[in-house]
Design a protein around this ligand. Structure first.
Ligand code: HEM
Length: 425
């Protein structure tokens, strides 16, 4: 399976649809505002196609904000589950087109429709990417929805990695949503609407917001450790590379072909300690220069790292335990993943100690909401991270506290709902 976002067989954002969207917003707000519809209709660049060969939000150029969430399913049976997935698909399609999830008050006497806070901002390139966790297929040994036989072999239970400090309440889930948008409110609003529509069928298990700065002076944005992040990714504009590393091919079940597997990891970074380290140490830890993003021994961000280079003392120029050496395809059987992570900043935690000198202090709860897509997690994330978790020089500063693995089905054809091919197989 190949193809790029440019090859979407999508009904796309039609001008009529946009004008209709603006009109429904106006109607919902009880206002008539001439010209507003035209303004929305002209903002074509604010809309990412919802339907297509692949789900949006994977090779889509990363938006500035994300809001991801995982849910535990409580649906008593398959029919309720299907009804929710239909409602989610319909609402997500509307939201990505800049419309409310439902009318503001569908049945005002019963309950409100769309919560309304995103009326006004443009669609902000909103994408909503759906994923299915192992719990959809089998939960506590029970085949709740008659899907156990359809669990793809690649949807493994993630092994426990060296140093994992996963908090159960922030880990796993039966179904995932990742909303990405250039406006944080638009991303949050999308998940909030879908969570509301799922009431009685799925309960929020964990959620995580994240942000990415603009690319600044490099080709890619910087993470909170101050380094340019994303350089070593396979190119999203190369369909052959995406087919090889990101999209599931003939090896997967029909409903997954053209889909991908996502791994989320909430990684707290001990910024206080990192900030106390000398620049030289920081650069050795990553194997790259902080300012330019160049690999050690190179000059420019895009220079290929030379893993064989040695200095005059015979020591490797890129240290043995540098992050980019241990994560390199060259030493991981050619494994490559598409990283699409976001920084997160969840404020501060108060730490109290009995020992007087350390009694009370605040620590940042901030770091990297690591997100990566791949064709098969066994030869992707797991293959690479098993090595990193043991030997990476960064390990002293980073702690994985949550996340999960989800199978993101192929993109949706016209009027298809997410998971339809799985549930009707
Ligand atoms: C807080 C945690 C992490 C930080 C701050 C971080 C940051 C970085 C940076 C700055 C680079 C170099 C630039 C680039 O190629 O993007 C990089 C490369 C890379 N990282 Fe991470 N990373 C983290 C965790 C991980 C994890 C958990 C994995 C899991 C597989 C991973 C996989 C990779 C890969 C595959 C590369 C490209 C290596 C290459 O071929 O050059 N990283 N990371």
């Amino acid at each position: 399976v190949s193809g790029s976002s440019g090859a979407r067989q999508d009904d796309g954002p039609t001008r009529r649809g946009l004008v209709r969207a603006a009109a429904s917003l106006a109607a919902a707000a009880g206002t008539v505002f001439a010209g507003h519809g035209q303004a929305v209709a002209d903002e074509e660049s604010g809309i990412e196609p919802f339907r297509g060969l692949h789900q949006a939000g994977i090779t889509t150029p990363a938006q500035r904000h994300t809001y991801a969430a995982a849910f535990d399913l409580t649906a008593p049976g398959r029919d309720t589950l299907v009804a929710m997935l239909r409602a989610w698909t319909d609402a997500a399609a509307r939201l990505c087109a800049g419309e409310p999830a439902q009318h503001l008050a569908q049945d005002a006497a019963v309950r409100a429709g769309d919560s309304g806070e995103a009326l006004g901002p443009s669609p902000s390139r909103l994408t909503v990417t759906f994923g299915f966790g192992a719990g959809l297929f089998v939960k506590d040994g029970t085949d709740r929805y008659g899907l156990a036989a359809h669990r793809p072999p690649a949807l493994v239970d993630l092994p426990e990695f060296e140093g994992d400090e996963l908090i159960q309440e922030m880990t796993g889930g039966d179904i995932s949503l990742q909303a990405c948008a250039d406006d944080a409110l638009v991303a949050f609003h999308a998940v909030r609407q879908l969570a509301r529509l799922a009431r009685g069928t799925a309960e929020l298990r964990w959620a995580q917001s994240g942000f990415r700065p603009g690319a600044g002076d490099g080709r890619h944005p910087r993470n909170l450790m101050g380094f340019i992040d994303g350089t070593g990714n396979p190119p999203v504009d190369d369909p052959a590379a995406m087919a090889r590393f990101v999209w599931v091919g003939d090896e997967g079940p029909e409903w997954m072909r053209g889909g991908s597997y996502v791994v989320f990891r909430r990684i707290r970074v001990a910024l206080e300690h990192w900030d106390g380290m000398p620049l030289d140490f920081q650069e050795q830890a990553f194997g790259r220069r902080k300012h330019s993003g160049a690999p050690l021994g190179g000059e420019h961000e895009l220079d290929p790292p030379d893993l064989t280079a040695r200095d005059t003392d015979g020591e490797p120029v890129i240290p043995e335990s540098a992050h980019i050496r241990l994560a390199a395809a060259a030493i991981n059987d050619g494994a490559r993943i598409l990283r699409r992570g976001y920084s997160y900043n969840d404020g501060v935690n108060l730490v109290t100690e009995r020992w007087e000198p350390w009694r009370r202090r605040l620590e940042y709860d901030a770091g990297l909401f690591f997100v990566c897509y791949q064709r098969d997690p066994r030869s992707g994330f797991i293959r690479i991270f098993e090595r990193l978790a043991k030997f990476d020089m960064l390990n002293q500063f980073v702690t994985h506290t949550g996340g999960g693995l989800f199978a993101c089905p192929a993109g949706l054809a016209r009027s298809e709902f997410i998971g339809q091919r799985l549930l009707e197989s």
